[in-house]
Design a protein around this ligand. Sequence first.
Ligand SMILES: [Cu+2]
Length: 156
Amino acid sequence: MMNILKPIFLLALLTTNLLLNVSFANQGTQVSAQDGYVRETIPGTNISSAYMTLNNATSKNRRLISAASPVSERVEIHEHIMKDGMMRMRQRDSVEILANDSTVFQPSGYHLMIFDLKQPLKAGETIIITLYFDDESSIDVNYQVKGLKQKQHHHH
Ligand SMILES: [Cu+2]
């Protein structure tokens, strides 16, 4: 009796272990964001741009495919490029974050462009932008609103 049951028991253990591994793998598929910030709105405009670093700790390449926020109906993925000696920006369908690597969104590079702001963004506020990836995962990221100019302190 024992000789027959033992292999079945082992098989059951093995199966349980496999299932656990699969669920852990699914939890680890998210890309994380750090240092998110967005520019205070320039008076007279209703746009802004958002920056952050996306870290992909998984073993698969991921693509950021879209972004959305309660502050606007229109958030686009952009990049700045040099063309004919001029800095221009253009919309991108996606931005890749390689496996076990990170992609930086920064001034003069990749950024999220926020159009048609419902109200101006003011320094000190925090907004949330939801980032959507090609594996159908998404994350809610906090972006600190930074002032247009840092206050200067003079010491004598
Ligand atoms: Cu832009």
